[in-house]
Design a protein around this ligand. Structure first.
Ligand SMILES: NC(=O)c1ccc[n+]([C@@H]2O[C@H](COP(=O)([O-])OP(=O)(O)OC[C@H]3O[C@@H](n4cnc5c(N)ncnc54)[C@H](OP(=O)(O)O)[C@@H]3O)[C@@H](O)[C@H]2O)c1
Length: 279
């Protein structure tokens, strides 16, 4: 069966950077049209110029849109429907993390993270999946995280949002069985993007090089998963091993290992950032 990416309309959120930008470059060779969504329009315009130069027949629409802004999102979807017709592939990639002990985190950031990683992902899916089911064709591809399968210290809200993404995607896949719509997700370990910087990495530590993969590799894994109709992929051999080790490890053991690390993180965070201002 032909992949919905081929000659399809592919909408990617968070296409201005990292995994989303790499995904755009990856599918640009095969899609009929790309819809690139993020807030930093100048980056999206630069990407559009690059992709159009490489393949002039490709239609590239750019939307400077905060996907947590419901009105902006609805306006964007209306324009896409008018200009391109139905979306064949939705890639819910936009997301950010917050490296912080939960009690030391800023509520505004947590709220924004849930709005982006959870609410906008579910809303966009809800808006676009119905027409896909009616046409018996399409794909929802979600970018979750290894933390959607396990947990760790210093990012409780992020872990919670990615557990939503992973479980939601699995359950949606079951709901859509037999409809012709593919539902897939990628659960990466560390990927070399702006993610850690955006998450406010106060530790000064980087993930081991062996564990990290490039955004291009992550993008290829997601595209392959859509092509093959796979349910869930963890790209990178070492990351695959570490993520599944975390997922399969008894929880009591993880708690034992993570407790002292959380204490160290608390000391470090208080030393570097101090206590947060009250909300
Ligand atoms: N990098 C990793 O280690 C890693 C590991 C596991 C999972 N992930 C997941 O991978 C996904 C992509 O992250 P990345 O690593 O590529 O990080 P990134 O380089 O920071 O890219 C994040 C993208 O999300 C967009 N975005 C953020 N807030 C947005 C908003 N309100 N509305 C629209 N777009 C928004 C950003 O664009 P603008 O700022 O221009 O809006 C950017 O294009 C995320 O869901 C993340 O949780 C990353």
């Amino acid at each position: 069966m032909q992949s919905p990416i081929d000659s399809g309309v592919v909408l990617i959120t968070g296409a201005s950077s990292g995994i989303g930008r790499a995904l755009a470059r990856e599918v640009a060779r095969r899609a009929r049209a790309l819809v690139l969504v993020a807030r930093r329009t100048e980056r999206l315009e630069a990407l559009r110029a690059e992709l159009s130069a490489a393949r002039p027949e490709l239609i590239v629409l750019v939307f400077g849109c905060d996907v947590t802004d419901r009105a902006a999102l609805d306006a964007m979807l209306l324009s896409v429907a008018a200009e391109l017709g139905p979306v064949d592939v939705l890639v819910n990639n936009a997301g950010f993390g917050d490296l912080s002990l939960f009690d030391l985190s800023a509520w505004s950031r947590t709220e924004q993270m849930i709005a982006l990683n959870v609410t906008s992902l579910a809303y966009l899916t809800h808006r676009l999946v119905g027409p896909m089911v009616s046409r018996g064709r399409g794909a929802i591809a979600n970018v979750s995280s290894g933390f959607g399968l396990t947990f760790g210290p210093g990012m409780a809200s992020y872990v919670g949002t990615k557990h939503f993404v992973t479980s939601f995607t699995e359950a949606l896949r079951i709901d859509l069985a037999g409809t012709g719509v593919r539902v897939t997700q990628v659960c990466p370990g560390p990927v070399q993007t702006e993610f850690a910087e955006m998450a406010g990495n106060f530790t000064g530590l980087e993930p081991p090089a062996l564990l990290s993969i490039s955004p291009e590799r992550c993008a290829r894994a997601l595209v392959r998963a859509v092509d093959r109709g796979r349910a869930l992929v963890v790209p990178g051999v070492v990351a695959w091993f570490v993520v599944y080790l975390g997922a399969l490890c008894p929880r009591w053991l993880l708690r034992l290992v993570y407790r002292p690390i959380a204490r160290l993180l608390r000391k470090k965070q208080l030393a570097v950032r101090g206590a947060p201002a009250p909300p």
